[in-house]
Design a protein around this ligand. Structure first.
Ligand SMILES: Nc1ncnc2c1ncn2[C@@H]1O[C@H](COP(=O)(O)OP(=O)(O)OP(=O)(O)O)[C@@H](O)[C@H]1O
Length: 335
């Protein structure tokens, strides 16, 4: 077993039989105990990556070890040492919560002596103890997801893969799952999570990797990534935007107080991301007012992960420090 890394992937490639290059050059190191978030637009290669890491697909290039085992030559050992919660739940609705976990214990070969305690412990952990003997048929989507996550943990794997675990859940159910993921992470379990909710990654993850076209293009803690997109975001709302927006944009370009930062138009006005947004924002306000444009809203805020994601997936961040070298540097900072 590797002493330091739960996952070590070096220059991984996965080309499907039809020639689709889903992963082109993926290098990723995840230390034990980390809660890692994997983000990417549809088709970026997230599910393909999870399938490689969980031995469901053999990489066509590069090397991967999970818990110190090679995914190609020691696939059985990898499988025995991981938990995997797929996008579709594997809960059997005809069984009770307890029976579902019991069944998972049998599949994973949990010894009969350990089973009863393990099942009670997991039911407690995911707050299903009071419905343990009820059939899963009547469970809400959130309860089924929690039960599914519990079944992925019966053999106490040091790492668990969660593929979009909260998609389709309401905010309350999502929050409960977040609590639960934090709890299992606090027990020392490494978590590899894919999600399409940036807020989820922001709240939960120690570190995030952003995937684009089968390569990691940015990596770091949520704060580092937000800092990296540069400064702050200035949102300006103007009266009568349909009539005035183009002129406001022209005035902003001519005022040139943000060193050529891109100006985005929104429904209500303009949005500018710049390191100078806090200091120079009022200068722009004056320029707009001098031009006879009525400003109805003016707000400087920190970038969100949405801004990060937008910058990266638009390719605007290319050529700065979001290359592999930048990503590695950021990883070192967070350890
Ligand atoms: N079995 C397959 N054969 C050929 N191409 C595939 C196969 N599965 C996925 N792909 C392609 O590989 C690329 C990556 O797909 P993948 O499903 O890994 O992306 P993803 O990031 O998980 O997307 P999503 O968020 O939509 O699930 C896409 O271009 C997809 O069309």
């Amino acid at each position: 077993m590797s002493e330091t890394n739960a996952i070590d992937a070096q220059h991984v490639e996965l080309t499907y039989a039809d020639g689709t290059e889903a992963i082109t050059d993926l290098t990723l190191t995840i230390p034990n105990g980390e809660l890692f978030g994997f983000l990417g637009a549809n088709g970026a290669g997230k599910t393909t990556t999870i399938k490689v890491l969980t031995t469901l697909l053999e990489p066509t290039g590069g090397t991967v070890t999970v818990n110190g085992y090679d995914v190609e030559n020691e696939s059985r050992a990898v499988r025995e040492s991981i938990g995997y919660m797929a996008q579709e739940t594997s809960v059997d609705p005809e069984l009770t919560a307890r029976e579902n976990i019991q069944f998972a214990c049998e599949i994973y070969g949990v010894s009969a002596d350990d089973r009863a305690t393990r099942i009670d412990d997991l039911l407690d952990l995911v707050d299903l103890a009071d419905v343990a003997d009820k059939s899963a048929k009547g469970f809400s989507g959130g309860m089924k997801k929690r039960l599914d996550a519990a079944t992925a943990l019966v053999h106490e794997p040091p790492i668990v893969f969660l593929d979009e675990p909260t998609t389709g859940l309401d905010p309350k159910a999502r929050n409960r799952l977040w609590d639960y993921f934090e709890r299992i992470n606090e027990r020392g379990t490494t978590i590899f999570l894919t999600t399409q909710y940036l807020e989820e990654a922001d709240q939960l993850c120690d570190r995030i990797g952003v995937l684009r076209s089968g390569e990691i293009v940015a990596s770091g803690s949520p704060t580092e990534l937000k800092d990296r997109v540069g400064g702050a975001v200035l949102d300006i709302e103007i009266a009568d935007p349909e009539e005035t927006l183009e002129r406001a944009r022209r005035v902003t370009t001519e005022a040139d107080v943000f060193d050529g930062a891109p100006i985005e138009t929104t429904e209500a006005g303009l949005s500018i991301r710049s390191t100078a947004a806090r200091q120079q924002g009022t200068e722009l306000l004056v320029a707009l007012m001098d031009a006879g444009i009525t400003v109805t809203g003016f707000n400087v805020r920190d970038p969100t992960l949405d801004d990060v994601f937008l910058a990266i997936t638009d390719g605007k961040d290319e050529g700065t420090d979001v290359t592999d070298a930048g990503a590695t540097a950021a990883m070192e900072v967070t350890r």
